[in-house]
Design a protein around this ligand. Structure first.
Ligand code: SAM
Length: 281
């Protein structure tokens, strides 16, 4: 019996199902169920929520989510070797866990979930960043999710929550914080995982804003931010030259100084710039 439920400890589950971690699938498992329950708690009150978990692996975090009272968990796992372990968890929590063997990048999850929906995942880092960006730029806002609680390598987590004025501040910070409140809620050393990765990790919690921080067309904002940070050491009047012929005027209309550099501009400033560029046609 484990710390949080009547199921076997994760080491026994992994041995019984011969779940040797595969590098190609970014498999670094969390085996401490007290830790996975803490991550589940960091996602907020799950009792009235459906939860999407991408990459449950042997199910440590899945068990944390269910033990913390999630109404329903949709677990999407690419590796079929994990299915028997996940089915065992489903049997222990009748009607509350749906397991789908699929690539999360190719699956329509929205139709399988009922709002309010929280996303909680410990994913391979590359898949995590790609999904985060997709979840932040849906066709309509607000999106299908209420919050995202995701594991990243520490350096990426710091870029997501970065404030203006430093090296970490860039496209990811603006994309995330324009549409959500983002914070690092936990830091984990390599030894928390089996096998341990080379770097430290952190859990980022993003709670969606019902309306973005300031008005802007997402495509124009994306274009302006990309141009500004592609040449982040240059002044705005130089880095944004390709965005509009009269860009210096537009920068002034937005209330900014054309000699500023991208990393000095707050998110509201980029939104004002996107509006000024859009108006200029
Ligand atoms: N959540 C488990 C834990 O905390 O112990 C496993 C974490 S492990 C870092 C990442 C998991 O994501 C693995 O089980 C892997 O097979 C799965 N995975 C990798 N790519 C995936 C994808 N595209 N879609 C769904 N699952 C994926």
């Amino acid at each position: 019996m484990s710390a949080i439920d009547n199921l076997p400890p994760l080491r026994a589950v992994i041995a019984a199902n011969d779940l040797r971690a595969k590098k190609s699938l970014g498999q670094n498992f969390l085996l401490d169920l007290n830790l996975t329950a803490r991550i589940a708690r960091a996602a907020g009150d799950l009792r009235a929520c459906d939860v999407l978990e991408v990459g449950p692996g042997p199910g440590g975090l899945t068990r944390g989510l269910l033990a913390e009272g999630a109404r329903h968990v949709l677990a999407v796992e690419k590796d079929a070797r994990c299915l028997p372990a996940l089915e065992q968890i489903a049997a222990a929590y009748p009607g509350r866990l749906e397991v789908v063997n699929a690539d999360a990048l190719a699956l329509d999850v929205e139709s399988r979930l009922t709002p309010p929906i929280r996303v909680v995942s410990n994913l391979p880092y590359n898949v995590g960043t790609e999904l985060l960006v997709r979840w932040l730029i849906p066709p309509r806002w607000p999106p299908f999710w209420q919050s995202l609680t995701l594991m990243f390598q520490k350096e990426v987590a710091q870029r997501i929550v970065a404030r203006p004025g430093g090296k970490a501040y860039g496209r990811l910070a603006i994309l995330a914080q324009w549409r959500a409140h983002a914070s690092i809620v936990m830091s984990l050393p390599p030894e928390a995982f089996t096998p341990p990765p080379k770097i430290s990790s952190a859990v980022v919690h993003l709670e969606r804003r019902e309306t973005p921080l300031a008005p802007a067309d997402p495509d124009v904002l994306g274009r302006v931010v990309a141009a500004a940070f592609n040449q982040r050491r240059k002044m705005l009047r130089a880095s944004l030259r390709g965005v509009a012929p009269d860009i210096e005027d537009r920068i002034r209309i937005a209330g900014l100084d054309p000699t500023m550099r991208a990393e000095q501009v707050p998110i509201e400033g980029f939104c004002a710039l996107a509006r000024a560029v859009a108006k200029g046609g």
